[in-house]
Design a binder for this molecule. Structure first.
Ligand code: MN
Length: 446
């Protein structure tokens, strides 16, 4: 894929200071980890089109290892990681010009590593200084993300197995949080959002997950209508709903689950009505998720169900907005459902991979957005293939507004599962935690 004379440079993530002497917990770069399985900081991989691999990594250093921990070191790296050669990362600036000399084209990830482009320029400068002695300098630079994004988009059996396990751990964590909420309220104890967050973290670590794949959302009552709310200190009140959007990262792979449940274990009538609508829209989206379908098909299926439901429940007024088709055409559903129904999932929770079908990039359609009046350029949506992994996550968020029945005010609901695309449909890998309202109530009575 690198082409004749191609060479690729892939660094891991930098370490980041949190404050004074403390760093943020180190998380490797996903592209680098995809190619190496190596989690130490300060490393860089160089690959050539002929298949030669060179790793630069932290050198062995007894004093640093006493303070910061074990280092693999260049001597042990070839046997441990399957690279052909390894050097100390301090040799990068002397070795890279030699590796780049006489190559036709250099690939590296664009716009993902601060300062990398400038370092590549520096290495190419050093090669150019030797041109009058007969050296050739690469004449082309390409974005390596374009190749790696396509590779990462389709998960092989090994990756799928890790993602199933990550999903199972996250499902267990959601169950734990649901049961803690009902148990504490039954006992007359004060429940706060952080109590439920603590249950999530406990289960993630108890089962061997390294950390949450993203900041957990634990939103009680009206907080559920804030899409990027975090687990905070708000009280979880008897009679309100709780929305939890949380998933663990296991061995470099994310899971991503949302459940919405009654804090005390019993849905009220209005809560149940909205919940069942969101669930029906999710079932429609799941049915539309299969190899050969477009990425946007599940979203369109969701919106069709939600639009009809909004009219039936009186969230939208038929006399004002007309039929379900009008609700879709005029984007009137946007008042209560303002995000997309899914995203790619993998090493990153919002994983890499183009949402446009590569062979159809040039086919451009334009339409006028009914709400903003803006002209929107559309390219054909991605065709789903077996092994792609995506989330299916419809929701409804009802903020108080004129004409909106009061019984629905401040209710926010989202239901999110992770799906592996298969030939015939999809495999939901997050159903270790139930979604049916009756099953959630039964679970919370237990
Ligand atoms: Mn998600």
């Amino acid at each position: 894929m690198l082409g004749e004379g191609g060479i690729a440079i892939i660094p891991t993530a930098p370490e980041r200071q949190r404050n004074r002497d403390s760093d943020f917990l180190f998380r490797h770069d996903s592209y680098f980890y995809y190619l190496t399985g190596f989690t130490e900081p300060g490393a860089c991989l160089v690959l050539t089109q002929e298949g030669r691999s060179t790793l630069f990594c932290q050198p062995k250093d007894l004093e640093r290892e006493i303070w910061d921990g074990y280092r693999l070191g260049p001597a042990a790296a070839p046997a441990a990681l399957g690279v052909e050669a390894a050097h100390a990362s301090s040799d990068l600036d002397t070795q890279l010009p030699r590796l780049l000399e006489n190559r036709a084209c250099v690939w590296y990830p664009f716009a993902t590593h601060n300062g990398l482009a400038a370092r590549v320029e520096g290495w190419l400068n050093a090669v150019r200084a030797r041109v009058r002695y007969g050296a050739l300098c690469p004449a082309v630079q390409n974005d390596l993300c374009t190749l790696l994004d396509e590779m990462r988009l389709v998960k092989d059996e090994h990756e799928q197995a890790i993602m199933r396990r990550a999903s199972a751990i996250s499902a267990g964590a959601h169950i734990r949080a649901m049961q803690r909420s009902a148990r504490m309220l039954r006992a007359g104890e004060e429940v706060r959002e952080y109590h439920l967050d603590a249950e999530l973290l406990h289960e993630f670590r108890q089962q061997g997950s390294q950390y949450p794949a993203y900041s957990s959302i634990v939103a009680a009552g009206a907080n559920a209508c804030v899409l990027h709310y975090r687990a905070d200190t708000a009280p979880v009140r008897d009679g309100e709903l709780v929305l939890i959007d949380a998933g663990c990262e296991l061995d470099g792979y994310a899971s991503d689950i949302t459940r919405t449940f009654p804090a005390n274990g019993r849905f009220t009538g209005p809560q149940r009505a909205l919940y069942d609508l969101v669930l029906a829209s999710q079932e429609a989206a799941v049915a539309a998720t299969r190899a050969g379908a477009r990425f946007t098909d599940p979203h369109d299926a969701t919106v069709a169900v939600l639009a009809q439901g909004m009219l039936d429940l009186g969230l939208l007024d038929r006399n004002k907005v007309g039929t379900a088709q009008d609700v879709i055409d005029q984007r009137a559903y946007f008042q209560f459902y303002m995000h997309r129904t899914g995203h790619w999932l993998g090493m990153d929770v919002h994983d890499c991979g183009s949402y446009v079908e590569p062979g159809e990039v040039g086919q451009v359609g334009q339409r006028k957005d009914p709400l903003s009046g803006e002209l929107i350029t559309n390219r054909p949506s991605r065709v789903l293939r077996p092994g792609m992994v995506l989330t299916v996550e419809p929701g409804l968020y009802v903020r108080p507004a004129a004409g909106v029945p009061e019984a629905f005010h401040h209710i926010g609901i989202r239901i999110e599962d992770d799906a592996i695309v298969t030939e015939a449909g999809c495999e939901l890998i997050t159903r270790g935690v139930p979604v049916q309202a009756d099953e959630i109530e039964a679970l919370m009575r237990a």
